[in-house]
Design a protein around this ligand. Structure first.
Ligand code: IPM
Ligand code: MG
Length: 357
């Protein structure tokens, strides 16, 4: 029996609907394993701007720092997407949270549940057995360098910057993870063009000497984008910079059938944050059709990584597996050619998972 304080930060759009399902899974786990989980809630993103003018209010940050883990939804609102002049944006809340909590490692497991082989747009024979663990660096790169305008506003710049220690700490996490898996690590960069990538490669090459049992390969990001679709099974652990990781993990989500299936963990030296990789999806917000499984699988990562509760975590994953085996699907993972599937909304899908807990 363990006592844990969990902060729920639903954020915007479908973030609200999916984290509600995730929280119910936490409650069910606490009950079953006799843990004492307590919950609090906080604002981030567009909803926080509306309420306080700030996409990451100080009160939210303080609560995050004082929690044992954060279950996060999504941030974003379409009103900003076509307004490049907006000075305050929901995403600033997310980026500031990553920086303030020192969440330098974003772990995104891409694992295809057997039942979803038909839900992907990639051929089943190419997909079968795909299981990739991405380590995306999360607090550096072009995301956090100096940005601005010059030449009377006619020129814009975003500076990409990495320091040796930043590459080393994410690299180490990736090597360690590879050691517990198939012992293969692919480091992705653009070292034929970028100086940050040349430093990246230099640091990973040096680290590799400390991990002689890990087979390391180096790929350029453009080739990786191609190889992920051509032969996803060739990858085990992948480590890459912030921007490349952002793009490649959206691409890789298609290996798992849908963005609606992918969970992520953002960790550093303090509180860990767990969230689906999908965004706020305002096109389906409020319709009750969003896939809650990414949030539920984020709960599985939270239990495992932040609380060290392996058995609890595996139970959540196996419940998701059973729900899929029973034929339940949300719209994003439904296969039009499989009439025996049962189409469910967000709430009903969450309830099915609870039944298997
Ligand atoms: C992600 C998202 C964010 C990112 C956005 C919302 C700022 O795409 O978590 O992958 O680019 O990091
Ligand atoms: Mg992204």
């Amino acid at each position: 029996m363990a006592k844990k304080q969990i902060l729920i930060v639903p954020g915007d759009g479908i973030g609200q609907e999916v984290t509600a399902a995730g929280k119910k899974v936490l409650e069910a786990i606490a009950l079953k394993f006799n843990h004492e989980f307590t919950y609090d809630e906080a604002l981030i993103g567009h909803v926080a701007i509306e309420a306080t003018g700030d996409p990451l209010p100080e009160a939210t940050l303080v609560k995050m720092k004082n929690s044992d883990a954060v279950l996060f939804g999504a941030v974003g609102h379409p009103k900003y997407d076509n307004d490049p002049s907006a000075k305050v944006r929901p995403e600033q809340g997310l980026l500031k949270m990553r920086k303030e909590l020192g969440l330098y490692a974003n772990i995104r497991p891409i694992k295809l549940f057997d039942e979803l082989l038909g839900a992907s747009s990639i051929k089943p024979e190419i997909l079968k057995g795909a299981d990739i663990l991405f380590f995306r660096e999360l607090t550096g790169d072009i995301y956090f360098g100096e940005k601005g305008r010059k030449n009377n506003n006619d020129t814009a710049f975003d500076v990409a910057e990495y320091s040796r220690y930043e590459v080393e700490r994410i690299g180490r996490k990736a090597f360690e993870a590879a050691g517990t898996r198939r012992k293969k690590l692919c480091s992705v960069d653009k070292a034929n063009v970028l100086e940050t990538s040349r430093l990246w490669r230099e640091v990973i090459q040096k680290l590799a000497l400390e991990y002689p049992d890990i087979e390391v390969e180096y790929q350029f990001v453009d080739a990786t984008a191609m190889l992920l679709i051509k032969d996803p099974c060739r990858f085990d652990v992948v480590v890459t910079a912030n921007l490349f990781g952002d793009i490649l993990t959206d691409e890789a989500s298609q290996i798992a059938g849908s963005m609606g299936m992918l969970a992520s963990a953002s960790i550093g030296d303090g509180t860990g944050v767990y969230e689906p990789i999908h965004g706020s999806a305002h096109d389906i917000t409020g319709k009750g059709i969003a896939n809650p499984l990414a949030s539920i699988l984020s709960v599985a990562l939270l239990l495992d990584i932040s609380f060290g509760m392996k058995e609890e975590s595996e139970l959540v994953i196996s419940a998701v597996d059973k729900v899929l085996k029973a034929g339940y699907r949300t719209g994003d993972i439904a296969d039009a050619h499989t009439p025996q599937e049962k189409l469910l909304g967000t709430h009903a899908m969450g309830e099915e998972v609870l039944k298997f807990l």
